[in-house]
Structures are given as structure tokens and as C-alpha cells.
Design a protein around this ligand. Structure first.
Ligand code: ATP
Ligand code: MG
Length: 482
């Protein structure tokens, strides 16, 4: 806005002002005649500006839709998805629809107001004729002492107004159009983060008796965009994980295990109750400091489109090559990396698509080991590994988890039998807790889950053998419909 408008704004404003003063000095009556219709132009200009601003906002929206479509469908996962569902033609159609829309909007944005400028030009260039007419009438009446010289001088100066005035109007129009775009930008810049440090936020104390303790005190939590749902995602969850303990969360899919892991680094705020880290409410801690003490291997591995070394250094930018290798060895991925022609300089591709699921997962583990956090959260961190590499990585994780609090979320119970404490989550509640042995002895949800995994599904739930299967299938369906 600055570069395009400032220079023409200054030059034109000076010309218009000077011409106006000169006209006034020459003859004030003729000045009124010449400028009497200006207010109409100004009003018309405002209307045109509003229309343009509206179209500009729509153009911008459509542009962002187009960008989203491009990014979605041309990302590696998007391409695979559209190919595997043979939806390429449909995607091309979706893009070209939006593209047509964009063309239409851009053309109408450029065209809107052209009639206005045409009108203004005609009007401004016909004013001298009107001035001649009025001045001639006044002269022949003898009612004003206008000379032919004044008229010629007046119309000369007045014709100087034409282009600067047009220029100023274009500037005003540009400003109005830009303001529609600014509104969109400020919509985002003005967003206030829902979770912010309190003014008295503390750093996590470096050492103390509670360092590494994680505690939930009657925590209830509902996702902000699921406020209408009757049941909160976490319902009065309380537990304490002592410093250095290895804790496991198990339970059915959708139970709320990942959600628990989000509340610890305060990615979300508990609706009620308190989350304590090292004995301090996370709301009283500076988030930067809190998160720097926590390492997470998330359920969905994410790697950047960069080299393996760069992905690893994301955790520790100044890590040496030896440190990278040590971390990779711990995650039993070093040999695989070394077997690549470019070694640690192998570019992993978008989201890491050039690596297998298990390789990605092990790089993610190496990355978090490099961060060396006080509290380690592993959300299904070994789910994509075969039994042998899982055992190797498990051993590495056991070593890594020594001396730090570790929270492992797992579906495969074999990986967590050695945990100090196991919490069984179901429907957002902790329904059981204890050690593997204790929970088996209690013969509850955990014992059933475990026996199913070890011995396969119990006969009652296997359709091939269960006499009641034909009954239970429709009842499941109707439950889903409810
Ligand atoms: N961002 C979100 N917004 C709204 N609801 C969500 C969001 N993330 C998860 N949920 C819902 O919260 C519930 C718990 O999800 P969560 O991811 O914690 O389950 P989980 O126990 O980790 O399951 P899984 O074993 O499949 O990973 C689910 O019903 C899910 O649909
Ligand atoms: Mg999960």
C-alpha cells in the first residue's frame, strides 16, 4: 500500500491543491460551477470502493481455498489417497471449479469501477465547456466582470485537475480495497491464544524432591469444540506418578489416553481440577520451561522434509555427530541409517514418506532421546515395529527411562508388563490401577484385555464359534445407530 500510493498521493495532492487555489484567485464563482458536482463523484467513489472491497475479500477467500486444495491433494498422503480411491478426476474438477471462481472474481474486481472512472473522465473533461457557457452568459449579462483572459486562464488551470483528481480517486479506491484484505489478516494477528502464561509464571525448578512427578488432581476435561457433548473426554481423573517411575496407560481406543498426555505439557487446559508437574500447578509454570522438561513421541510420527540429521537436531540444534549416532544407536536405527547411500544426510521426504513406518518411529525415538527430557511420554511409540526391533527399542527405552519419569501409552500390553504402575483408562475414567501382577490378580478389565491379547479373542466374541454371534451382531449395529 505504501509503495504504490505514497508517491502518487503526494504529487497529486499538491497539484490539486495548487490548482484549486489558483482557480479561487481567478474567479470564485466559476470555481463553484466547476466543483459543484464533486460531492456526487465522492459519493459514487465510496460506493465503488465498497463493492470492490467486498469482491476483494471474496477473491482472497477463494485464493486461500485454492491453496488449501493444492496443499491437501498434492501432499504425499493426499496423492496416495486420491490414487487409491481413483479420485484424481474429481480432484481436478474440484480445483478447476475453484479456479473458475477465482477467475470470475478477479475479472469482476478489475472491471468493477471502470464505468465509474469512465464517467469521471467524461464529466471532468466536459467541465470546461460548462465553464465557457456559464462565463459567456455572465459576460453577456454584464453581471460579472469576467474577462476573456480570465476564462482562458481558468479553464487551463482547471484542465490540469483532471489527471491528479483521477489519481487521487484511484488511491482512495486502493485503500478501500486493501482495507478488506487487512481485515482478513488482522483477524488472525489479533487472535488471543487460549492458553497463555500467567504474569507470575515460574520456571520449572531444576531439582527438588518433586522433580519429575506428574499428578492429576480430579481433572475433568472436554475438548473446546466438543462442548455440546454430554460426556467430558476426561472425567474426574486423579493419579500420581512418582519421580523416576515407569507408568503405563492402557485401555480401548478413544478412551482418552492421548488426551491425558496433552494435558501434561498444557497443550490443552483442564476444564476442572489441577494438573501438577513437579508439584506445581501447570497453570503457574511458564509453558516454555514446562515443555522443555517433557519429551513426547506422538502417536503419529512427524518428520520434516529435511535430512535425517536435521530432523534429529530439531531436538538439540547443537548436537554433535557423535551424539546423533549415540541417540540413533539407542533407538536401534543407526545401522539402517548407515546403510542408506547418503547416511545421515538422507532427505526423508515430505512427512518422512521415504522411510518405512518403523524407521520413522525409531527416528522419532532417537530425536526425543537427544532432547533428554525429565519426563518422557511415549504414545504408541513402538506400535509400528516388528517383534524383534520392538524388543531392541524396548530395551533402549528401558535404559533411557532409567532416572526419569516415563509415561507409556500402549495397546500391546506385552510392552508394559514391567511398569511400576499401570492405569487402565476407559471412557475418560481411570477404572483400575496397579502393577501387572496386581491387576491380573484383581481379575478385572486389565486381566481380560491381557488374556485376550495373549490367548486371542475369547470364544464368545469369535463369530465362527459363538452361538450367540448372530444375536450380538445386530445389537452392536443398533447401538451404533443410537
Ligand atoms: N481435538 C479433538 N477435538 C475433539 N475431540 C477429540 C479431539 N481429540 C480427540 N478427541 C476425542 O476424545 C476422545 C479421546 O481421544 P484420545 O485421542 O485421547 O483417545 P486414545 O485413548 O488416545 O485412543 P487411541 O488408543 O485410539 O489412540 C475420543 O473420543 C476422540 O474422539
Ligand atoms: Mg491415542
Amino acid at each position: 500500500m505504501l509503495t504504490n500510493t505514497i508517491s502518487s498521493l503526494l504529487g497529486n495532492a499538491v497539484t490539486v491543491l495548487a490548482a484549486f487555489v489558483a482557480m479561487l484567485l481567478l474567479d470564485w464563482q466559476l470555481t463553484i460551477v466547476a466543483l459543484i458536482l464533486m460531492p456526487i463523484l465522492v459519493i459514487a467513489q465510496r460506493r465503488v470502493g465498497q463493492v470492490r472491497a467486498r469482491i476483494a475479500a471474496k477473491t482472497q477467500e477463494s485464493l486461500s481455498d485454492m491453496t488449501a486444495i493444492t496443499q491437501e491433494t498434492l501432499s504425499v498422503s493426499g496423492i496416495l489417497l486420491s490414487k487409491s480411491f481413483t479420485r484424481q478426476q474429481a480432484e481436478i474438477g474440484r480445483y478447476s471449479n475453484e479456479n473458475d471462481n477465482q477467475v470470475r472474481l478477479q475479472v469482476s474486481q478489475q472491471m468493477s469501477g471502470q464505468w465509474f472512472f469512465a464517467m469521471v473522465s467524461i464529466f471532468l473533461s466536459s467541465i470546461p465547456a460548462i465553464v465557457y457557457l456559464v462565463a459567456g452568459l455572465l459576460m453577456s449579462n454584464g453581471s460579472a466582470d469576467i474577462t476573456a483572459g480570465t476564462i482562458v486562464a481558468f479553464t487551463t488551470v482547471q484542465s490540469r485537475l483532471l489527471f491528479p483528481l483521477l489519481g487521487l480517486m484511484r488511491v482512495a479506491l486502493d485503500l478501500q480495497t486493501s482495507s478488506a484484505l487487512f481485515a482478513r489478516i488482522f483477524q488472525y494477528l489479533d487472535l488471543v491464544p487460549a492458553i497463555q502464561d500467567s504474569p507470575t509464571a515460574l520456571a520449572v525448578p531444576e531439582s527438588g524432591p518433586a522433580t519429575g512427578r506428574v499428578e492429576f488432581d480430579d481433572v475433568t476435561f472436554a475438548y473446546p469444540d466438543a462442548a455440546g457433548e454430554s460426556r467430558p473426554t476426561l472425567d474426574q481423573v486423579s493419579f500420581t506418578i512418582e519421580p523416576g517411575q515407569f507408568a503405563a496407560f492402557v485401555g480401548p481406543s478413544g478412551a482418552g489416553k492421548t488426551t491425558v498426555s496433552y494435558l501434561i505439557p498444557r497443550f490443552y487446559e483442564a476444564t476442572a481440577g489441577r494438573v501438577l508437574f513437579g508439584g506445581i500447578d501447570v497453570r503457574d509454570l511458564a509453558q516454555q520451561s514446562l515443555v522443555s522438561h517433557i519429551g513426547i513421541v506422538s502417536q503419529e510420527t512427524y518428520l520434516f522434509h529435511a535430512t535425517i540429521a536435521e530432523n534429529l537436531r530439531y531436538a538439540k540444534p547443537d548436537a554433535t555427530a557423535d551424539e546423533l549416532e549415540a541417540a540413533a544407536r539407542s533407538a536401534s536405527i543407526h545401522d539402517t541409517i548407515a546403510s542408506f547411500p547418503a547416511g545421515y544426510d538422507t532427505v526423508v521426504g515430505e512427512r518422512g514418506y521415504r522411510l518405512s513406518g518403523g524407521e520413522k518411529q525409531r527416528i522419532a525415538i532417537a530425536r526425543v532421546l537427544l532432547k533428554n527430557p525429565e519426563v518422557l511420554i511415549l504414545d504408541e511409540a513402538t506400535s509400528a515395529l516388528d517383534a524383534i526391533s520392538e524388543r531392541v527399542v524396548q530395551a533402549a527405552l528401558d535404559t533411557a527411562s532409567r532416572g526419569r519419569t516415563t509415561i507409556a501409552i500402549a495397546h500391546r500390553l506385552s510392552t508394559i508388563v514391567a511398569a511400576d504402575v499401570i492405569f487402565v483408562v476407559d471412557g475418560g475414567r481411570i477404572v483400575e490401577s496397579g502393577t501387572h501382577g496386581g491387576l491380573l490378580a484383581a481379575d478385572g478389565v486389565y486381566a481380560r484385555l491381557y488374556s485376550e491379547q495373549v490367548a486371542g479373542p475369547s470364544p464368545i466374541e469369535s463369530p465362527a464359534t459363538a452361538p450367540g454371534a448372530r444375536l450380538s451382531a445386530p445389537s452392536l449395529l443398533s447401538e451404533e445407530r443410537d
